[in-house]
Ligand binder design. Sequence first.
Ligand SMILES: NC(=O)c1ccc[n+]([C@@H]2O[C@H](COP(=O)([O-])OP(=O)(O)OC[C@H]3O[C@@H](n4cnc5c(N)ncnc54)[C@H](OP(=O)(O)O)[C@@H]3O)[C@@H](O)[C@H]2O)c1
Length: 220
Amino acid sequence: MEGKTALIAGATGLIGNELLQLLLGASEYKEVYALVRSPLEIHHSKLTEVIVDFDRLDEYKQYFAVEDVFVCLGTTIKKAKTQEAMYKIDVDYPVEIGRIAKESGAKHYLVVSAMNADIHSKMFYPRMKGELEEKVQKLGFEKLSIFRPSLLLGKRDEFRLGEELAAVLMKGLKFLFVGSLRKYRAVEGKTVAKAMYKVAQEKEQGKMFFASEEIQDIGK
Ligand SMILES: NC(=O)c1ccc[n+]([C@@H]2O[C@H](COP(=O)([O-])OP(=O)(O)OC[C@H]3O[C@@H](n4cnc5c(N)ncnc54)[C@H](OP(=O)(O)O)[C@@H]3O)[C@@H](O)[C@H]2O)c1
């Protein structure tokens, strides 16, 4: 069967779940490996669900020899409880996935960062995302795509008070986020997923950063 193979991490999340559905429905892909901690309630002929211990990713190398690697992992400080634990999920796991995938011959690495990523920031979250971006650039992929969405919109099983309040505010004030302020406009998780899928089909090589307004345009 013709078509590409893909690896996805974070397929149970807001962006990752939308992306998984897109990949499974896309004619460009013949096989999709999803690295998960617990079973996905999805059955599809193209899907191989791989339940992994993310601290021992080396043990699952056979699933990393793919064309496209999609990483949508992340957590909140509320869930992770400490900055160290959060860093491990948001930076260490994505970098380790990239390292093994590169060694296994993967061509294109696509990862979700955040709008305010900044390695020099004094604040933990933007600095952490900045460090993620620095580290994945050192992996040496022929093609690297870094997505920097603003606040994500979409239906979640868990309640995130801060994000819910910000989303209400953003929706009400949407008319303000035009011109140079458009990058601050909240973006649907499914729009980010669609942008990732579309960028994965482009032929150009090299390193690309996608700001939130570009994600809105590509993923609409
Ligand atoms: N929320 C926002 O407004 C916002 C804005 C900009 C950027 N971002 C970034 O966008 C990315 C994706 O966000 P999202 O909202 O789609 O994510 P999400 O819904 O929170 O999903 C996170 C994914 O990471 C996995 N994960 C969490 N802890 C894990 C662990 N210890 N080991 C293995 N996997 C783990 C989850 O798997 P389980 O189901 O097993 O927990 C899930 O698949 C994140 O990096 C986030 O920082 C978010």
